[in-house]
Design a protein around this ligand. Structure first.
Ligand SMILES: *[C@@H]1O[C@H](CO)[C@@H](O)[C@H](O)[C@H]1NC(C)=O
Ligand SMILES: *[C@@H]1O[C@H](CO)[C@@H](O)[C@H](O)[C@H]1NC(C)=O
Ligand SMILES: *[C@@H]1O[C@H](CO)[C@@H](O)[C@H](O)[C@H]1NC(C)=O
Ligand SMILES: *[C@@H]1O[C@H](CO)[C@@H](O)[C@H](O)[C@H]1NC(C)=O
Length: 498
């Protein structure tokens, strides 16, 4: 009896504990979490360990980066001591892929390339059938050996940086052959693509890439940086004007209209900012895309020498009551900080929530995060309280609208049945913003939360349409009624005693 009880208890406990751990996001969108391996070497407290990953917040984990050997045309580790277990290494590959044991929803893939791997080695390998054969064989062997679930190719960029014009076609051939080789293994094949019109039109045959790739990650940032010698939003949501092509919305529209399926397109979101030093420190008002800057920015205290400021550096700085003054740029929907001549243009929970809304409006597959090690993964910073400002504003604009108010009144003056409909509508017409009770991963958690809230907002918009339709039908009815009837019925519904 005692034995039975304890067995029962331990089974229940196992199910309970196990059940609370094995699940991923429920909203059906992908959350592709990049981990930058070099983040493990950052100074504490921002040194990132694989044990800092919260697998419930990701559907895919992508390890960056593996390299391409220019002599043998094979995939290789860029840091054996870190990646590989053998010879008392740090076993990053094994630690990552072991996550799947407790979290079976997770796919762990390996990203090949990145800015520092350049373009030339890819160009050479992709241009020759036998080099591609060697490469592809090395990749499948590598993925099998280290238990990955697929490959991400981050070739920056075909036809550019020393590449050849043939890269556009050869890239498709490479992707097609990789996909064919992956089929027996069920491996995922993704590629991370650039975002400017120049890169998108020159480097990619999007229709063909879309045929063979499982997921297409598009970089939704790096639109502006100190290299332009002008201050700009690092990841603007929308353009400054109709002709502006340097923004997330333009990139999404371009990708979709040139053959990428929305259910394969994954919007990349940065967890970092770009820095600028003003040419004239006396400038009073910063005008994105006009105010002049030096060609080099500056670096956060932990991301040394990169002209970048990670989100976790920004939030630590803000927590430390530094001299930063916070601004919100409405047009680009991004925050920036200023301290004298220094500017950081970055993304926070509010700008990220707005990006989620946009991507949801285009019904994209989900989100790619570069990179989760730059979130406040330990939860040491304060939570922003303005994340859904723009959501709340949109919904309250709807309910302030004259048409809306008339229609509500009108519905109230209709028969019981419609009154009941309005009753249920009224319950729906409140945008429920969950209370912030999380501490760590504020940005990553915002992505998931904003997906759910966007769905809620859409329900409100749909309810609005229903009400407007009722108004149109209702006003037809009231036109045939005398003014007296209207007044009477309104008093009947609103008047004392009811
Ligand atoms: C992998 O896990 C082992 C054992 O827990 C640990 O010693 C090692 O530091 C981990 N490696 C990385 C890169 O996190
Ligand atoms: C940052 O880089 C400078 C020069 O490259 C070096 O002297 C300094 O030690 C580095 N700091 C850190 C924290 O890595
Ligand atoms: C914040 O202040 C603490 C001491 O109060 C210091 O140790 C830390 O380095 C500061 N962080 C940043 C990002 O400046
Ligand atoms: C939000 O936080 C800021 C400072 O972080 C504070 O000044 C403001 O009062 C807060 N607003 C609300 C509504 O809590």
């Amino acid at each position: 009896m005692i034995w039975r009880t304890s067995l029962f208890l331990s089974v229940t406990l196992f199910l309970f504990v196990g059940g609370s751990h094995i699940e991923g996001p429920k909203h059906g969108k992908v959350a592709v979490c990049y981990v930058a391996s070099w983040a493990m070497f950052r100074k504490p407290p921002l040194n990132f360990a694989i044990s800092d990953i919260d697998p419930t917040l990701c559907t895919h984990i992508v390890y960056a980066f593996a390299g391409l050997d220019g002599e043998s045309h094979t995939i290789k580790s860029l840091n054996q001591w870190l990646d590989i277990e053998q010879d008392s290494g740090n076993a990053a590959y094994k630690n990552l892929t072991d996550i799947k044991k407790n979290y079976p929803h997770i796919k762990v893939t390996l990203s090949l390339g990145g800015w520092n791997e350049g373009s030339v080695k890819f160009s050479t390998m992709a241009s020759d059938k036998w080099k591609r054969v060697r490469f592809i064989r090395s990749v499948t062997q590598y993925l099998v050996k280290y238990d990955f679930d697929g490959l991400d190719i981050m070739w920056k960029y075909p036809t550019m940086r020393g590449g050849s014009p043939d890269d556009k076609e050869n890239f498709v051939t490479l992707i097609k052959e990789l996909k064919e080789a992956f089929l027996p293994y069920g491996y995922i094949l993704s590629a991370t693509l650039g975002n400017t019109r120049g890169v998108m039109s020159t480097a990619y045959d999007l229709v063909s890439l879309n045929r063979y790739l499982d997921l297409i990650h598009v970089i939704g940032y790096d639109y502006n940086g100190p290299w332009d010698k002008i201050v700009g939003a690092s990841a603007p949501l929308r353009g400054l004007n109709k002709r502006d092509e340097n923004n997330v919305e333009y990139t999404i529209k371009y990708m979709l209209s040139f053959g990428v399926s929305p259910d394969k397109l994954v919007l990349g979101i940065q967890f970092l900012g770009r820095t600028f030093i003003l040419k004239d420190p006396g400038v009073k008002v910063i005008d994105f895309s006009k105010t002049e800057a030096e060609i080099k920015g500056f670096s956060g205290p932990y991301l040394n020498g990169t002209n970048m400021y990670a989100y976790n550096e920004v939030c630590l700085d803000l927590k430390n009551n530094s001299k930063w003054v916070y601004y919100w740029d409405k047009v680009s929907s991004t925050p920036y900080l200023r301290d004298g001549s220094r500017i950081v243009s970055y993304d926070d929970t509010r700008s990220i929530a707005n990006k989620v809304k946009l991507a949801m409006d285009y019904n994209l597959a989900g989100f790619m995060i570069w990179s989760i090690d730059m979130d406040d993964f330990k939860g040491v910073c304060d939570m922003p309280n303005d994340t859904y400002t723009d959501f709340i504003e949109r919904v309250s604009d709807i309910t302030k609208d004259k048409l809306w108010q008339d229609s509500v009144k009108n519905l109230n003056s209709q028969a019981d049945l419609e009154g009941k409909i309005y009753g249920t509508l009224r319950d729906k017409l409140i945008l429920r913003i969950p209370k912030k009770n999380f501490k760590n991963y504020p940005l990553l958690r915002t992505i998931h939360e904003a997906i759910d809230i966007t769905v809620e907002e859409k329900k409100i918009a749909d309810a609005m349409k229903l009400v407007s339709t009722s108004l149109r039908e209702g006003s037809r009815v009231s036109e045939t009624q005398t003014p007296c009837y209207r007044t009477c019925s309104e008093v009947c519904f609103y008047g004392p005693g009811h």
